[in-house]
Write a protein that binds this ligand. Structure first.
Ligand SMILES: Cc1ncc(COP(=O)(O)O)c(C=O)c1O
Length: 369
C-alpha cells in the first residue's frame, strides 16, 4: 500500500474551537463583540503592545497600517519584494508608489542596507516582513526610521510568538500586523490584527475598520474590515494554545535542521541565535550541485509522496506588478530560482517528519551523485 501524500501544511486544532464557535452562534451575537475584545487584549499582550485592533485579514490590517502611517498619493513605501503580494497591495490601495527592495539570500528577509539605499525624499514608510516566520532583527532599522522621520510597519503575519533582539515579533516600529489565516501559526478562520502603542492610532484604526465611524458619526472615509465574534472565538482558543502550536513547529523545524545539516547542495536558513524562529513554513535553498536542479528536486519529492513548492514568488516579478513598476533585484531573483518549501505544521507526527527527511535526503543525494 502506498503512503498518502504529505501536504505542505495542515491546520492544528487544539480542541474546543468548535464549542467556542457554537457558543457564539447560540448567543445570537455573531458580529464584532466581546470575543473580539478579548482576542485583541490577548494579541496585544503577546506582542508587548498597548493596543490591538482586530480586522478581517492581515491584508486589511496592512491597509489600515499604511493609512495610520499617513501613506497617500505621491508617497513611496519601501518593502521587501520577497513577500506575499498583500504587503505590496496595502501600499497600492493608498495610491502610493511601492518600492521593492532586495532580500538577504540566507534569511530571505529584507536586506536592510538595500532598503536604506532606496530611501528618497518621498519615502513615507518602510515595511519589514518576518518572512516564513524567521524574525528579522529590526532595532537598527527602527533607529534609522526614527531619525529620518520614516514610519516603520512590521508585517509579522507569519511570526506571532517569534522573538528577536530580545523582543517579541509584533513589537517593532510604529505599527505591526499579525495574520490568522489557516496557513499561519494559529488561525481564526480568517483574520488579522493591527498593533500599536499610540492610543490615537488605535482609535483611528478602530474608526477606519468600521466605516470611519467615531463617536457615533462618520468622521472619515472608512471600510468594513471588522472581525466577527465567530472568528475571534476560534482565535481565542488557538491563542491560548499558542505555546503548544509553536512547540510542535519548533520540534519539526529542529529535526529538519539537524537532518539536513551537511547535505551537499542544501543551504539551510539560520535559526537566529538572538531570536526564535516560528517555522511558519520550512524552507531552504539549493546550492552547489543542486543549484540549477530545482524542478527535478521538487519532482523527486513529489514521486516520494511529499508536497514541496518553490519558495515565495517575488512581488516585482508578478505580472500585475511588472507591467507597472519595473525593478531589477538580482539576489532576490537568484533566490527565487533556488528556494524550496517542504511540509511543516504544529502536529506533524514523527513518522511524517521522518518520511519528509528521508525523501529530501534521497532527492539531494540522488541528484548530487
Ligand atoms: C507576509 C504576509 N503578509 C500578509 C499576508 C496576508 O495575510 P491574510 O491572508 O491574513 O490577508 C500574508 C499571507 O500569506 C503574508 O505571508
Amino acid at each position: 500500500m502506498t503512503s498518502p501524500m504529505i501536504p505542505i501544511a495542515r491546520v492544528t486544532l487544539l480542541g474546543g474551537e468548535d464549542e467556542a464557535a457554537a457558543l457564539v452562534v447560540r448567543s445570537g451575537w455573531l458580529a464584532q463583540g466581546k470575543e473580539v475584545e478579548q482576542f485583541e487584549a490577548a494579541a496585544a499582550r503577546i506582542a508587548g503592545r498597548s493596543h490591538a485592533a482586530a480586522c478581517s485579514s492581515a491584508t486589511t490590517a496592512l491597509h489600515l497600517a499604511a493609512l495610520l502611517a499617513g501613506v497617500g498619493p505621491g508617497d513611496e513605501v519601501i518593502f521587501p519584494s520577497y513577500t506575499f503580494a498583500a504587503t505590496a497591495n496595502a501600499i497600492i490601495y493608498c495610491g502610493a508608489t511601492p518600492v521593492p527592495a532586495g532580500a538577504d539570500p540566507l534569511t530571505w528577509n529584507l536586506d536592510v542596507e538595500d532598503a536604506i539605499r532606496r530611501v528618497s525624499s518621498r519615502t513615507k514608510a518602510i515595511i519589514a516582513v518576518h518572512q516564513i516566520g524567521l524574525p528579522m532583527a529590526l532595532t537598527k532599522l527602527e533607529d534609522f526610521c526614527r531619525r529620518r522621520n520614516i514610519r516603520l510597519i512590521e508585517d509579522a503575519a507569519c511570526a506571532i510568538g517569534g522573538m528577536v533582539d530580545g523582543r517579541p515579533a509584533g513589537s517593532f516600529g510604529d505599527i505591526s500586523v499579525f495574520s490568522f489565516h489557516p496557513r499561519k501559526i494559529m488561525t481564526a478562520g480568517e483574520g488579522g490584527m493591527v498593533l500599536v502603542n499610540d492610543p490615537g492610532l488605535a482609535a483611528l484604526a478602530r474608526s477606519l475598520r468600521n466605516q470611519g465611524i467615531e463617536g457615533g458619526v462618520h468622521r472619515r472615509l472608512g471600510y468594513n474590515y471588522r472581525m466577527t465574534d465567530l472568528n475571534a472565538a476560534i482565535g481565542n482558543v488557538q491563542l491560548r494554545g499558542l505555546p503548544t502550536l509553536l512547540k510542535g513547529r519548533r520540534e519539526a523545524g529542529e529535526r529538519y535542521q539537524q537532518a539536513f545539516a551537511g547535505i551537499p547542495g542544501i543551504c539551510l536558513q539560520p535559526d537566529p541565535p538572538e531570536g526564535r524562529h516560528t517555522w511558519q513554513s520550512y524552507g531552504f535553498s539549493l546550492d552547489g550541485p543542486l543549484r540549477h536542479r530545482r524542478a527535478e528536486f521538487l519532482a523527486r519529492l513529489g514521486e516520494q509522496g511529499i508536497t514541496a513548492k518553490p519558495g515565495v514568488p517575488p512581488v516585482h516579478l508578478e505580472p500585475y506588478f511588472r507591467e507597472r513598476w519595473q525593478a531589477s533585484l538580482p539576489i532576490t531573483e537568484d533566490l527565487d530560482r533556488r528556494a524550496v518549501l517542504i511540509p511543516i505544521w504544529s502536529s506533524m507526527s514523527a513518522e511524517e517528519i521522518a518520511r519528509v527527511i528521508g525523501a529530501v535526503t534521497n532527492a539531494a543525494r540522488g541528484l548530487s551523485s
